[in-house]
Design a protein around this ligand. Structure first.
Ligand SMILES: Nc1ncnc2c1ncn2[C@@H]1O[C@H](COP(=O)(O)OP(=O)(O)OP(=O)(O)O)[C@@H](O)[C@H]1O
Length: 229
């Protein structure tokens, strides 16, 4: 379980409050107007934003202040793929930043690449992949990292609608395999529906308590109606 216990996260002078919890394996889309604080929420959970007050816990343990020590994997729109490394190396980074992988770890990387449909492309560089394949490589890295919390910040907004749906399906599959909770920022209500879980709406300096997606869209807050038109 991920708990945001009375949290206020800071980014410069900006403040974002969140006071809720997500069960292990739960999936939550984060919607809200531009500049409302969606990325600040993820940064707070990941340890990159200031913790002004409150505590972030995973499975009852307060998370360490250093982001690298948090049980969190992140995926951004640019996928954080290193251009000079091969696909297999980019995925291997999720296991060991030194890339000195054991044979078993190399096998895990190969297995993850197979699971996301990239078998045979291990030796390519990211520039030699399509946008969708780059997304798959980034998802393979999430799979090998097997962290209990996955934070995604508009990860597939560069892809077309059909591919986006495929990628979301893959994320759901990968998260289920490692029993991870997923929090995903999106501007797209359809993506929130495709994630098929909960929705937190960020507005007025607060990330609302996640509500089931169907309830949320059945009674959307006025700010959401203003925002999606
Ligand atoms: N380093 C900073 N110093 C001061 N204010 C900042 C800083 N970084 C972000 N902000 C402000 O914090 C607020 C929240 O930013 P954040 O990026 O979390 O919003 P967002 O909802 O993710 O926006 P978008 O949808 O446009 O990506 C914004 O109003 C932004 O101007």
């Amino acid at each position: 379980m991920l708990e945001l216990d009375g949290c206020v996260f800071g980014n410069g002078g900006f403040r974002l409050a969140a006071d809720w919890a997500l069960d292990a394996g739960a999936r939550c889309a984060v919607l809200g107007p531009s500049g409302a604080g969606k990325s600040t929420l993820l940064a707070g959970i990941a340890g990159f934003a200031d913790q002004v007050s409150g505590t972030v816990r995973a499975d009852g343990q307060a998370l360490p202040p250093v982001p690298q020590h948090r049980p969190v994997a992140m995926l951004f729109q640019d996928h954080n793929l290193f251009p000079h490394l091969t696909v297999a190396q980019n995925v291997g980074l999720g296991l060991r930043p030194s890339l000195k992988l054991t044979a078993a770890e190399r096998a895990r990387v190969a297995d993850a690449l197979g699971q996301v449909g990239l078998a045979g492309l291990e030796a390519r560089k990211p520039a030699e992949l399509s946008g969708g394949q780059q997304s798959r490589a980034a998802i393979a890295r999430l799979l090998v990292m097997a962290r209990p919390v996955m934070l995604l910040d508009e990860p597939f907004s560069a892809l077309g609608p059909a591919q986006r749906t495929d990628m979301l399906r893959l994320v759901v599959e990968v998260a289920a395999k490692v029993s991870a909770s997923v929090i995903m920022v999106t501007h797209n209500p359809e993506e929130a529906r495709a994630l098929a879980g909960l929705v937190s709406f960020v507005d007025g300096g607060v990330a609302s308590v996640p509500a089931p997606v169907e309830d949320f869209f059945a009674r959307p807050p006025q700010a959401l109606r203003d925002y999606i038109g």
